[in-house]
Design a protein around this ligand. Structure first.
Ligand code: LHQ
Length: 264
């Protein structure tokens, strides 16, 4: 299979599994990843999702040997519309990640290039091994950042850094990615898998519905003015105020005991 899925407790781990091609995206892998995220979203036993890669890379982005992206076009042949690949595969995938009802962690185990980089950056928390790197490879092949990159990059690191990364397409090592605020944390390579699993297990015990709502509030507030953001906070807080998790969290605090969260 091009995608491996495994569950430990309430943590579902999805592993991109085309290591010989650095886990580059075929339409098949993109579809499998989206289906696996749909399945995780619909499964009440899942409270946190980890996405990682098999082998030495996280994901090299679109598989450039796929006939859908016009490799080796013969003279006189007209190119296919690669926008169709975005409409059919990358847009629904990026939307699926951003609308997951539980937190999503990227465990970036090696190079993340092009759409592979932006898939990772679209996750809620990005851990990376020290030897991992992020490459906005699009510029080098005459394309623009996709899979949400145009929206994410300026918001994550500001316009100047975003333009540096996207225009020059240089390899950004994990430690630098952490230093500029592009990712959560770089860790030693040999600790990445265990760190990601430990973080995911910890999160799975937390109020995950509110965490997913926090991500959605941040995304939406970016499009609102201050007063509208305040109103959105009140609407969301009003809903969460009736949730079992809030009632449990507040009660557990007052009773000086550990809370047991269950909402999703
Ligand atoms: C690959 C790939 C790859 C196929 C490594 N494809 N085989 C959306 C919609 C429509 C159209 C286009 O794009 C998009 C979004 C995008 O993602 S655009 C960006 C596409 N990605 C790239 O441009 C990155 C291309 N790859 C690289 O620059 C390098 O492979 C990196 C820097 C990722 C890794 O370099 P190395 O560590 O030196 O490994 P390598 O280059 O030797 O790759 C190992 C193998 O993986 C090799 O195959 P081989 O048979 O020679 O061992 C590569 O051909 C293959 N591979 N990326 N994207």
């Amino acid at each position: 299979p091009q995608l491996l899925s495994q569950q430990d407790g309430a943590v579902r781990t999805l592993t991109l599994n085309r290591p010989a091609a650095l886990n580059a995206f075929t339409s098949g892998l993109l579809a499998e990843l989206r289906e696996a995220l749909d399945a995780a979203a619909g499964d009440a036993s899942v409270r946190c999702v980890v996405i990682t890669g098999a082998g030495r890379a996280f994901c090299a982005g679109q598989d450039l040997s796929d006939p859908m992206v016009n490799p080796d076009l013969k003279p006189g042949e007209s190119p296919k519309d690669i926008g169709a690949l975005l409409d059919g595969f990358y847009i629904p995938l990026a939307q699926r990640v951003r609308s997951m009802p539980v937190p999503v962690i990227a465990a970036v185990n090696g190079v993340a290039a092009g759409a592979g980089a932006n898939l990772a950056l679209g996750c809620d928390l990005v851990l990376a091994g020290n030897s991992a790197s992020f490459i906005q490879a699009f510029a080098k092949i005459g394309l623009v950042p996709d899979c949400g990159g145009s929206w994410l990059l300026p918001r994550l690191v500001g316009r100047a850094k975003a333009l540096q990364l996207a225009l020059l397409g240089e390899k950004l090592p994990a430690a630098e990615a952490q230093a500029i605020g592009l990712i959560y944390k770089a860790v030693p390579d040999e600790e990445l898998a265990a760190s990601a699993q430990a973080l995911a297990q910890k999160i799975s015990q937390m109020p995950v519905r509110a965490m997913a709502q926090t991500r959605m509030a941040f995304d939406e507030a970016g499009l609102l003015d201050f007063d509208d953001a305040l109103r959105l906070e009140a609407v969301t807080q009003s809903q969460l105020g009736f949730s079992a998790d809030y009632l449990e969290g507040a009660a557990a605090f007052l009773q000086k005991r550990a809370p047991k969260f269950s909402d999703r």
